[in-house]
Design a protein around this ligand. Structure first.
Ligand code: C2E
Ligand code: CA
Ligand code: CA
Length: 507
């Protein structure tokens, strides 16, 4: 028996009202028809039947009755004029009613607020006009209405954000099935006349409890969960957890402190050495950003880089990193390269190449001594643009290393069209190296792939001799990791460079 069918059977027998409609959503989402008219015809019949079965007419009467008594103005306020659904205000009032009922003795512990949003509205408005955008919203709203029926108040609260307060009769599987059906409805292309508009939604869920007071807090939680879900890709959803609020407020704190960090000169760079695995020669350094906050001490770039990217401060910070690294590299021996991490947000800036050129001129660093580390996952997003940018950097003589290689699922054809010099194997692959050589097929394949694309291969995160020797056997060219050297201050890096160069000359 399929999961959905099992779920339907369970819920129909077990709980009644909400459960029956939800189970129905789960089953029908698998043969959902995107044609709005056909959809209406088919859903209308079954929803009516279900509503009768479940006594959903009571809920309908409740809303309709309320509307009759309300003034015309109040009704307008409660309705979203684009979709005909509830407005945010309307949802607020409906949720207040639910809470009031709960306060007067009825439990509210089975209501969830589900917030859903899709990204494409802005693009549709910009390219096809707001009329097309509104038509898309209307189709999506109709799809949701026919799914939801009277199971709970449904609203368009803002832009492309739809919210429903849903009663879940039984267990979390019902919630799961309902959200999946709702997101499914919001992730099927919308056809209007001859144009098909692709849409993909994400969802966030927060529990609506008696004593929560207003919609505002619960909606904030559901939206936070939705933002978290978005990081896992299209169509995903998550349930709110208090940890998300802690993370969000920590990120907010980071964002406000980051804007002062530059003025307070709290940033510095650490330089981690890179070596030729066969000759043992020092070949270069990777510049790694360090932030020492005046009260909190060291804060990891793994925590603050994404915050800087989201708020745009990465432009200023990234330019500072490039300038500092180039000026420092100019003081090192000429055979040593400097690798600098650059984020996509920096690459998206049309002034990136000009800024880079002027930094190279000011620092008097030859472009051939600079290498930019660009993470693999970023290449997928805008391949055509990346191809142009890589070519330009290539013509300037700046080298490119594909960072975290093997983690971004790049398309091989796309990869082969890009001109880059190095691939950097992610630490996660190095960690999985095994004495049993048969098991190291993955890393050997990556190394061979890199070589066949004409690139040199560097592995990062090497922590012991065994890993180094396995990588050597597999044909890896360069290495970086705590086993060879931890990130150093510039004066330490300079001293290491001078010693290495003296040893080489003596040999
Ligand atoms: P990444 O580019 O993959 O950098 C490698 C990270 O692994 C660094 O962490 C480095 O200190 C650490 N590492 C190196 N060798 C070893 C080892 O043997 N064992 C272990 N456990 N770790 C090792 P870090 O410095 O905390 O940087 C984290 C990430 O932050 C970097 O990952 C990079 O994505 C980002 N980042 C750092 N500096 C910058 C920067 O200036 N600009 C941008 N855009 N991102 C940066
Ligand atoms: Ca890197
Ligand atoms: Ca990495």
């Amino acid at each position: 028996m399929s999961k959905k069918l099992f779920f339907r059977t369970c819920t129909v027998f077990s709980s009644g009202v909400g459960a029956a409609s939800l189970a129905f959503w789960a089953a029908r989402s698998s043969f959902y028809n995107i044609d709005p008219q056909a959809m209406f015809a088919s859903t209308g019949t079954v929803v009516t039947g279900l509503a009768a079965l479940a006594g959903a007419g009571c809920a309908h009467a409740y809303f309709a009755g309320g509307d009759e008594q309300a003034s015309h103005f109040d009704k307008a306020l409660r309705t979203d004029n684009v979709t005909g659904l509830l407005s945010r205000f309307g949802l607020e009032k409906a949720v207040e009613e639910l809470i009031k009922k709960a306060d007067s003795g009825k439990s509210l512990d089975c209501f969830y607020l589900i917030s859903m949003d899709f990204d494409e509205l802005k693009l549709i408005n910009n390219v096809y006009g707001t009329e097309a955008g509104n038509a898309v919203l209307k189709v999506l709203a109709d799809r949701l209405s026919s799914l939801v029926g009277d199971a709970g108040p449904l609203a368009r609260t803002n832009g492309s954000e739809f919210v429903i307060a849903l009663k879940i009769g039984h267990d979390k599987r019902e919630l799961q099935a309902a959200v999946e059906a709702l997101l499914d409805a919001l992730s099927k292309p919308v056809r209007i006349n001859t144009t098909s508009y692709p849409v993909y939604a994400n969802g966030g869920i927060a529990e609506l409890k008696a004593g929560d007071g207003t919609l505002e807090k619960v909606l904030r939680h559901a939206n936070l969960a939705r933002a978290n879900a978005k990081q896992s890709g299209r169509g995903s959803y998550t349930i709110y957890h208090p940890e998300m609020s802690h993370q969000a407020s920590y990120n907010q704190w980071l964002e406000s402190e980051l804007s002062y960090a530059m003025q307070r000169e709290e940033f510095r760079l650490a330089y981690q050495p890179q070596y030729d695995l066969n000759s043992g020669a020092l070949t270069g350094y990777e510049a790694l950003l360090r932030w020492t906050h005046r009260d909190k001490g060291a804060i990891s770039p793994a925590d603050f880089i994404s915050v800087a990217e989201n708020c745009g401060l990465i432009q200023e910070i990234g330019t500072w990193v490039l300038r500092r690294a180039c000026f420092d590299a100019a003081h090192l021996q000429p055979d040593v390269k400097m690798a600098v991490n650059v984020s996509t947000v920096q690459l998206e800036n049309p002034k990136f190449i000009d800024t880079l050129k002027s930094i190279l001129i000011e620092s008097r660093l030859s472009a051939t001594r600079l290498e930019l580390e660009i993470t693999e996952s970023n290449l997928i997003k805008d391949h055509i643009r990346m191809r142009r940018l890589f070519k330009e950097l290539n013509q300037m003589g700046v080298a490119i290393a594909i960072d975290d290689f093997g983690t971004g699922y790049s398309n091989l054809t796309n990869l082969s069209e890009l001109c880059f010099d190095k691939i950097k194997i992610d630490k996660s692959f190095v960690d999985r190296l095994d004495q049993n050589k048969e098991k190291n097929l993955m890393i050997t394949t990556i190394i061979n792939l890199g070589h066949s694309l004409g690139a040199r291969v560097i592995a990062e995160g090497i922590e012991n001799e065994a890993q180094a020797s396995l990588l050597r056997d597999a044909g890896c060219n360069l290495v970086q990791g705590y086993y060879f050297g931890k990130p150093l201050s510039f004066s330490e890096a300079e001293a290491l460079n001078t010693n290495a160069s003296a040893t080489e000359q003596a040999a």
